[in-house]
Ligand binder design. Structure first.
Ligand code: PRX
Length: 635
């Protein structure tokens, strides 16, 4: 029991040392004491980072939904598992108990089976933040189907790409979704996507907005009548520890989005253990993570981590600005939220509004505040600390990734002294390293380098769906025997880590990962565009925004530039989604290139950031004269 709940700094260091000295013992103890297994493992860990191959708890058998639901029924059956807060504040919140969750998930699981879904089949879930999203995720896990949740803000093209990549047999969606004052016609996005997805046999449709939609005969089915008929008992499929649990797509610096594959036992153990400690969850707490389940934060810290701990987890359907900018704080007061976990971009957006929106509400229930998704700047950190936490709730700045499955570098509240902009110390079991340009580890403190992890942890993604070679190249080839994160970091004088940002061509906009290549590919489809390059530039709400440099074909040069800008953003919206729209588009005659034809993004980044004092040596470029021209016309 001793390791499971860390309460002070000394204890953190003890636990951490133990986790590094003997990782297998460490994780075995946690796995034994805190979960239900149908069969225990034969080995705790088998790994090889050069193949790469990672297996945790091999030989064990379990079902994650037994751990997240069934085992709580006896002691917590009437406790709220999911607290659903609708978009419209006048619509009543729903308290779904563990007993009700059990019934709903079983019914849903039986519906999946009745529609021919079996263990190992892939099911795409494209839903707004409504309870059926959590039910469907858990229903897949109940029967061993692999869920692939796609954020319901992605476009039809992006959805189709993801469905086809993992050959999903079914999609679960809704007639529509609410976002603030808007009603979004989700089903027609799905209809468009399904024109190009031969693998989909069935679309299950949840009724949410009562919008008029078209239902394709033989393919589309309303969920509710099927649920009404289904039995509320469904024996869980007994899974092997390393059986796939889900696929979740994330952007890479080039090419297709990567379908990160997470498996069952290790993911469960790690998300549960991190949730307990990073949020210091106690039995009567009401925990709220504002992320969407379409991202890894929602998978690990709205669904699996909290439910594995028998927690009450809030699902919020709406947006922070509706009906006004006080909505988050109104919800905190209304449900007496104890842990609140959000993104720096949301904090910055709310911090620019009047403080009255905060001061109207009683926030005294809050005990722990969290942030995730991007570096938090000092000003936002202080605003959060002063106005939301009233200087008494510690802020956990949690660094992690879709690929890591769970939180990796973070303070433990009430144990680790926090420091603005620092994610601070590695979580037990995590062995970070900073690497230099030559691939050597940089030892000691007050240093910076590329952030790697030297030893496996239970929730690391095991592969990229259908492309193990790409998994190897992306994460295990830059540095020998290390997982490379793609981030830069520095380590201060006491060993605290500060994440400095991506060192590749991934740009984090409002906490969302965007690869430059897919956006450039979309733009280049415009008939007037010859070539383009995208870079990030600092933005005071989004963290980074996108800046596009676009070369027009001769035919496009006479066109109205503002119209072209609109059309380019329209194409991006269609191919990826509105989150990838460009804030600025500069038309240019050329792009700075090396003699081998590679675009020098470093120079473009500096120009977009209006930081041209030190562009380095540009004389070796193929076309040095273009740099001055671009600077002259910068937006
Ligand atoms: O650059 C880091 C940044 O977000 C990236 C991972 O994005 P994604 O896979 O979408 O997962 C986001 C939610 C876990 C990282 O490579 N990032 C995430 N958290 C932080 C962060 N950067 C700085 N500080 C953080 N706390």
């Amino acid at each position: 029991m001793s390791n499971y709940h860390i309460k002070h700094l000394e204890e953190y260091y003890q636990v951490y040392r133990k986790s590094v000295r003997n990782p297998e013992n460490f994780w075995e103890e946690i796995a034994e004491e805190h979960f239900v297994w149908r069969k225990k493992w034969d080995t705790v860990l088998e790994w090889n980072f050069s193949k790469p191959e990672i297996k945790w708890f091999k030989g064990a058998k379990l079902n994650i939904t037994e751990n997240c639901i069934d085992r709580h029924l006896l002691t917590k059956g009437d406790k709220t598992a999911i607290l659903f807060e609708p978009n419209n504040p006048d619509e009543p919140a729903k308290h779904i108990t563990y007993k009700e969750l059990h019934q709903q998930v079983n019914k849903f699981a039986n519906v999946l089976k009745s529609q021919g879904i079996k263990k190992g089949d892939r099911v795409c879930i494209y839903l707004p933040m409504i309870p059926e999203l959590t039910f469907s995720v858990l229903a897949c896990a109940r029967i061993g189907a692999i869920h692939s949740v796609v954020f319901a803000g992605f476009s039809a093209t992006a959805l189709a790409t993801r469905i086809n990549d993992s050959e999903c047999k079914m999609i679960i969606t809704s007639d529509g979704s609410y976002r603030g004052t808007k009603t979004i016609d989700l089903k027609s996005i799905v209809d468009e996507a399904l024109e190009n997805t031969p693998c989909i046999e069935t679309a299950l449709v949840v009724k949410r907005t009562n919008s008029e939609i078209s239902m394709k005969k033989g393919r589309d089915k309303w969920l509710q009548p099927l649920i009404d008929e289904a039995s509320n008992s469904c024996e869980p499929e007994i899974m092997n520890a390393e059986d796939p649990l889900f696929i979740l797509y994330t952007s890479g610096s080039t090419g297709m989005p990567k379908g990160m594959l997470h498996t069952t036992a290790g993911y469960m153990v790690y998300t549960a253990y991190t949730f307990k400690n990073v949020f210091q969850y106690r039995d009567n707490d009401v925990y709220w993570c504002t992320a969407d389940i379409g991202w890894i934060t929602g998978h690990s810290y709205i669904v699996y981590g909290p439910l594995a701990n028998g927690a009450t987890t809030v699902m919020f359907e709406g947006v922070p600005s509706y009906p006004d900018f006080g909505r988050f704080w109104e919800i905190v007061e209304k449900h007496k939220i104890t842990q609140f976990y959000t993104a720096p971009t949301a904090i910055r957006a709310l911090a620019k509004e009047k403080l009255d929106y905060v001061d109207k509400y009683d926030l005294s229930s809050l005990k722990v505040l969290g942030t995730v998704g991007e570096p938090i700047n000092e000003e936002a950190w202080h605003w959060y600390n002063d106005n939301i936490g009233k200087k008494k709730s510690p802020i956990v700045d949690t660094w992690w990734q879709t690929e890591t499955g769970g939180i990796m570098i973070t303070p433990i509240p009430f144990a680790t002294p926090t420091k603005p902009t620092y994610a601070t110390l590695p979580f037990p079991g995590i062995q970070p390293a900073l690497m230099d340009e030559n691939g050597e580890e940089i030892k000691g403190n007050q240093v910076d380098g590329k952030l790697c992890i030297k030893f496996p942890w239970p929730a690391i993604a095991r592969t990229i769906w259908g492309n193990h070679q790409r998994y190897k190249e992306t994460y295990f080839s830059a540095f020998e025997n290390c997982y490379f994160t793609g981030d830069g970091a520095l380590r201060d004088e006491v060993g605290y880590y500060r994440i400095t940002g991506r060192v590749d061509d991934v740009i984090i906009v409002s906490g969302h990962n965007l690869g430059t290549a897919p956006i450039e590919d979309a733009i280049n489809e415009h008939p007037a565009v010859a070539e383009s390059a995208i870079v990030g530039f600092p933005h005071n709400i989004k963290g980074n925004a996108l800046y596009g440099y676009v070369i027009l074909k001769e035919t496009g040069e006479s066109r109205n530039q503002n119209n072209l800008r609109k059309e380019i953003n329209q194409i991006i919206t269609e191919h990826i989604g509105p989150i990838a729209k460009l804030d600025k588009i500069q038309f240019t005659k050329g792009l700075p290139k090396t003699r081998s034809g590679k675009i020098m993004r470093r120079i473009l980044r500096k120009i977009a950031a209006k930081d041209t004092s030190n562009l380095g040596d540009t004389s070796t470029l193929l076309n040095p004269e273009i740099v001055e021209d671009i600077i002259k016309n910068v937006l």
